[in-house]
Design a protein around this ligand. Structure first.
Ligand SMILES: *[C@@H]1O[C@H](CO)[C@@H](O)[C@H](O)[C@H]1NC(C)=O
Ligand SMILES: *[C@@H]1O[C@H](CO)[C@@H](O)[C@H](O)[C@H]1NC(C)=O
Ligand SMILES: *[C@@H]1O[C@H](CO)[C@@H](O)[C@H](O)[C@H]1NC(C)=O
Length: 371
């Protein structure tokens, strides 16, 4: 009897322990599921603002929007794939503008980062016409929807990154300015006096094309909302003739061409000058272009064309020589710009063009050990 009672007591005691443990287990499980799904939701659905009542609890990491303007596919998508894969925190978004009718799917890109990222109402971009500006605005329209996007980096289909994601991110985020290559353009006859009533000549600027600018959110919104300068450009900034590689000239060579205006080399620069915002820009491009390959024996690649790097050009020395550039000289203004980041001397360029696919494969291979 004693024995039984004692057993029964033991049974009851262990029974009690069992329920205590089960309860604890259920509580821990529930808490984990709740916290887990919160975290997952936050990671996977950054656009859905489920946490409006707790804005400070789930503050978004600032993101960079990478906006690609491509003709068709992105032949260097694999380089960007490796670049984006490094960022575990998803501090970026991607959008692509390609010609109407071209679709990024599993047959046209092997990179997941470019699937379903296409602007579906794209326009036919005629190189050097105002349609390039339209493409830019379409990309901004999509990218501005996500409030976490704080910088907007324009890239072409032949650009490669020179550094890893973290370095690139820190460099771009370390200043609140936009990076826009911009200089006064008084030499040539590209300014059309018919613009005068809206865009006075004192605000007329020249720079590199849209595809090599980085905008902050404020400037991106100004570009998207602009209803004043853009129509003037559509009407009065047109190219005159179309010599071969005409639009690839970085500086006026022949100034006799009256009003031979290339919209996307003037638009952002002029708009920001017009709005009195030049104090908020770093007046250089982060994308390196080699303009003069006078040493090249290849006739096609000589002169004022952007050099295209082929497999044989794509050496570690080439990449190093681009990374080592720490100042830029602007001939038309006799101005030398020393590059800095976070108040310290720094490389000028984060991206470079133009690379063929074999060249990019080689570069990626070279840089892998350091990544
Ligand atoms: C483009 O996408 C948006 C949203 O994803 C959709 O509402 C719209 O209908 C699409 N437009 C076209 C032309 O497919
Ligand atoms: C990549 O590099 C390795 C050794 O560094 C070399 O054996 C291989 O051929 C390279 N591949 C390409 C495609 O260049
Ligand atoms: C990224 O690149 C920078 C500069 O080249 C280097 O200092 C840093 O260690 C790299 N970071 C990673 C995570 O590889």
């Amino acid at each position: 009897m004693m024995k039984r009672r004692s057993t029964s007591f033991q049974n009851r005691s262990s029974h009690h322990q069992y329920w205590k443990r089960s309860l604890l287990f259920v509580i821990v499980l529930c808490t984990s599921i709740c916290v887990g799904s919160f975290v997952l939701l936050e990671i996977n659905r950054p656009n859905i603002n489920l946490f409006m009542p707790f804005p400070n609890l789930f503050t978004q990491k600032p993101k960079i929007a990478f906006l690609f303007i491509a003709r068709n596919r992105l032949p260097l998508d694999f380089v960007w794939d490796a670049f984006f894969r490094e960022d575990k925190d998803k501090r970026f978004t991607v959008f692509v503008h390609s010609r109407p009718g071209f679709l990024f799917n599993k047959a046209t890109t092997k990179s997941l980062y470019f699937l379903n990222r296409q602007v579906n109402d794209s326009v036919q971009v005629d190189w050097g016409s105002a349609s390039m500006i339209q493409a830019e605005r379409l990309l901004l329209e999509k990218a501005l929807v996500d409030p976490a996007n704080e910088r907007f980096v324009f890239l072409s289909d032949s650009c490669v990154p020179l550094y890893n994601f973290s370095y690139t991110y820190d460099y771009i985020m370390s200043t609140s300015t936009s990076f826009v290559d911009s200089f006064s353009d008084t030499k040539g006859g590209r300014y059309n006096p018919k613009m005068q009533s809206i865009v006075p000549e004192r605000n007329w600027r020249k720079g590199s094309q849209i595809q090599w600018v980085v905008l902050n959110r404020k400037h991106a919104e100004i570009v998207l909302k602009d209803e004043t300068v853009f129509p003037v450009f559509q009407q009065h900034c047109q190219r005159k003739s179309l010599p071969e590689f005409w639009r690839e000239q970085p500086f006026p060579v022949d100034t006799s061409k009256q009003h031979n205006c290339i919209p996307d080399e003037h638009y952002v620069q002029t708009l920001l000058a017009q709005e009195g915002l030049e104090g908020e820009i770093t007046r250089r491009s982060l994308t390196h272009t080699a303009w003069d390959l006078s040493a090249s024996k290849d006739r096609e690649r000589r002169g004022w064309h952007p050099a295209t790097y082929k497999f044989s050009d794509a050496t570690s020395q080439l990449i190093l020589s681009i990374k080592e550039i720490d100042n830029i000289y602007y001939e038309t203004e006799s101005r030398r710009e020393w590059c800095s980041s976070k108040g310290k001397p720094s490389p000028c360029f984060l991206f470079a063009r133009k690379f063929t696919r074999p060249a990019a494969i080689r570069i990626l291979n070279l840089s892998l050990p350091s990544k």
